[in-house]
Design a protein. Structure first.
Lengths: 349, 349
DNA sequence: ATTATTTACGAAAACGTTTAAGTAAATAAA
DNA sequence: TTTATTTACTTAAACGTTTTCGTAAATAAT
C-alpha cells in the first residue's frame, strides 16, 4: 500500500501549447480566453475553459511576467514587522492586496539605513510592480528610492515619510493632531510641568508630534521648559535613562507625554518603582495604542492610529497608481493623505 | 531647473545581449561570468564585470526563473503575523533568507482553513521554491498541501504541524515539555485544584501541551478533574467565559495553566476584578512569553519558546532541502526537529 | 609530427507566455 | 454582385535568461 507510486493528481507540465495542441487551436487563442480578451467565439471559449479545468492548468507567472513586465507582486519595506502598528498595517495591506491578486514581499530594514538601501535595490531588481515603504528612523536622504521613481515604479511612503519635495505618494497619520491631543489632554488636566520624550527629530512622525505638542503648549500659554524635552531613539533603556534624569531632583514633572508606547510603558514602570503615584502625582500619555498599554496597571492613555484604516488607504492608493500605467504623465498626481487619530483616555491620566 | 529632463541614472534596458554586443562577445559568455561558471578566461571575465558595473546591469529574475524554474522566493503561510511568536519567527526567517538571496512571500490565513487552502494554491502557481507553513487551529486535513509535496516543492511545517504520517519536514517547539514544566511548577508550589485552559485538541501544539500537563499531574499523583479542563479557541472573550464558570461557585481553583498568554492575561484580569489575590490564592502560568506577560501586574509566569532559535532552525533546514534538488529520492529525509522551551518564573506564581 | 586533451568561446534552442500583424471566412454595405 | 467590415482565429516574434552542443585554438601527450 505504502509503496504504490503516488497518484499524479497534478500534471507537471502543461502549458498553453499543450492545451492548444489537444484542442487543435493556437496558443494565442488559449491566451486570449485566459485573459478574457474579446474576439474569441464563446463556443471555443468554453471548450478551452473546460480543458483548462480538466488538466489543472496553472499559468506560469514568470513567462507572463517576462513578456508583460509585471510580477503581480509588491514590495514592502518596514523597520520591523513586530512593531505593533506596523504589524497591523501590514496585516491589512497583505489581506487587501491578496484580494486583488497581488503578492506582498515583506522586507525589514531593522531601522538600518544601509539595509533599507539594499532592500530597495533588491526589490527593484526583483521587478516588483510597486513598493510601499515606512522608512528608518534615521533616513534623511531618500535618494536611494530614486531608482524606483525614476524607473516608473509606483512608490508609497507611510508612517515615517520623507519631507515633501520628494516625488512619491505619502500616506501618514495625523501626527501633529496626535501630539496636540496628547499635550492638550495633559494641560486640561492641570499639568504644569510637562515632560516630552520624543524620538529623533529627523523623523517625520516625531517632527509632527512635537509640532502638535508645541501647539498645545502655546494654546494653553505654558512655556516649554527645554530641560523637560528629550530626543532619542525610543526604547526601554533610553526611556529609563531619561527617567533617571527627570527624577534626579525635584521638582518632578507632573505630566509626561511619550511619543511612543514602549517608552510610556517604561515611564510608568519607573514611576511605580519610585512610588510616584500615577495618575495622582504624575500623568502619562503614550502613542500608538500598543496592546500592552491597555493591560498595564494603571492602563495607559494613548493615541490611537487606526492602523487598519491606514492599511486600507495605502492599498486603495496603490491600486490607483497601478491602474494608471507608465503611459501616465511624468508627474502623475502624487497624492498626500493624512489619516485621523484619536485619544484613548485610560487610567494613567 | 525643475523642468529639466530627469537625468537617467539607470538605463532602462540593458540585457545580457546588449553587454555582449558592445563587448563583441556572445550572451552565453556574459551569462557564464555572471554565474561564476568555469571555462571563461579571466581577462574577459573582468572586462565583462567592468561593463556590468558600468551600465548598472541588473539580471531579470523572471527570464532566469523561466529558464531555470527557480524563483528565489519562498512562501510563508501563517495564521496572523501580529501574533507575537509568529512575528518573531517571521522576522528571523525573513532576515536569514534575505542573507541567502531569497525573498519571502508572507501570507496570512487568518486561521481560516479555506484561506489556507487558497494560499497554498496561489503559492504553488507562483512557483515559489519552497513553502513554510504554520497551520490553522482547525486544520486536520492536510491534503491541500499535497499539491506542493507531490510536485517536489519543499515544505516545512512549524508550530502548528500535522501529526506525523504527513510527508513533510516538521519543526516544532517542545510543547509536551512546555506543558509539563508549567504544570509541574504549579504542582511544586502546592497547587491542588489546577485548572487547564487548552486550545482545541485538534491542533498539535495543544495536544502536546495537554500531554505534558497530564504527565506532570500523573507524576505528582494529582487526579485530573475534568470540570477544571476547558477546550476552546484561546482568545480573551472565551477566557472570560471560562473564568466565569470556574468562579461561579467554590471551591475555586488554586492554580490555572493557560495554554496561551492572551488567555493567561485575561485570567489574571478576571482574578483581579474578583479580588482573588494572585499568586497568594491563585497561581497562573501562561505560554509563549508574550511581551505583555512581563509588564502586567503581577507579571506572568510563562513558557518561553525562543522564537529566534525556531526561525533559524527553519531556515537552516530549508536551505538543506533547497540544496538537494528534485534529483533526490522520492522520500528524501523529512527531518523532524524539536526546539527547546523554558519556564520563566515571574510574580504570578 | 601526429593525435588527444583542454580551454575559451559561439550558435541556437529552449523556458511559457503575450501580442502585433496577418488571413480566411462570414457578414454587412454599396 | 462587388467591396468593405467584422469576427475568429493563426503565425511568429518577442521577453531575457540558461545551457547543450559544437568548434577553433592552444596545449599536452605520443
Amino acid at each position: 500500500m505504502r509503496l504504490l507510486p503516488m497518484k499524479k493528481k497534478f500534471s507537471e507540465k502543461n502549458s498553453i501549447h499543450d492545451i492548444a495542441k489537444t484542442l487543435r487551436l493556437s496558443p494565442a487563442t488559449i491566451s486570449r480566453v485566459l485573459n478574457n480578451h474579446p474576439h474569441v467565439h464563446h463556443a471555443t471559449r468554453s471548450r478551452v475553459m473546460a480543458m483548462v479545468k480538466e488538466v489543472g492548468y496553472k499559468p506560469n507567472p514568470m513567462a507572463a511576467g517576462l513578456r508583460t513586465r509585471k510580477t503581480n507582486s509588491v514590495g514592502l519595506i518596514v523597520p520591523r514587522i513586530s512593531m505593533y502598528v506596523h504589524a497591523e498595517i501590514i496585516t491589512t495591506i497583505q489581506n487587501e492586496l491578496h484580494r486583488h491578486g497581488y503578492n506582498l514581499i515583506i522586507c525589514q530594514s531593522n531601522d538600518s539605513v544601509e539595509m533599507e538601501k539594499e532592500l530597495t535595490r533588491t526589490l527593484y531588481t526583483s521587478r516588483v510592480d510597486a513598493v510601499i515603504a515606512a522608512c528608518t528612523l534615521f533616513t534623511t536622504d531618500f535618494s536611494h528610492f530614486d531608482i524606483l521613481t525614476s524607473n516608473g515604479v509606483p512608490l508609497i511612503f507611510y508612517d515615517r515619510v520623507p519631507v515633501r519635495p520628494y516625488p512619491a505618494c505619502i500616506i501618514k497619520g495625523d501626527d501633529v493632531r496626535g501630539g496636540y491631543l496628547a499635550a492638550a489632554h495633559l494641560l486640561e488636566l492641570g499639568c504644569k510641568r510637562i515632560a516630552y520624550i520624543s524620538g529623533p527629530l529627523v523623523c517625520s512622525i516625531y517632527i509632527d508630534r512635537f509640532t502638535g505638542f508645541k501647539k498645545a503648549m502655546d494654546q494653553f500659554n505654558v512655556a516649554i521648559d527645554n530641560d523637560l524635552i528629550f530626543y532619542h531613539e525610543l526604547n526601554a533603556e533610553n526611556a529609563r535613562k531619561t527617567m533617571r534624569k527627570l527624577f534626579a531632583k525635584k521638582p518632578y514633572p507632573d505630566g509626561i507625554f511619550a511619543a511612543n508606547d514602549v517608552t510610556a510603558l517604561e515611564v510608568l514602570h519607573f514611576a511605580k518603582e519610585m512610588h510616584v503615584p500615577v495618575p495622582a502625582k504624575l500623568k502619562i500619555v503614550g502613542y500608538s495604542n500598543d496592546p500592552r498599554s491597555a493591560i498595564v496597571t494603571p492602563s495607559l492613555t494613548t493615541v490611537e492610529q487606526f492602523p487598519e484604516r491606514t492599511g486600507k488607504a495605502i492599498v486603495a492608493e496603490l491600486l490607483q497608481l497601478l491602474k494608471v500605467q507608465p503611459a501616465s504623465s511624468p508627474v502623475p498626481v502624487l497624492p498626500e493623505m493624512t489619516t485621523s487619530v484619536g485619544l484613548i483616555r485610560r487610567m494613567s491620566t
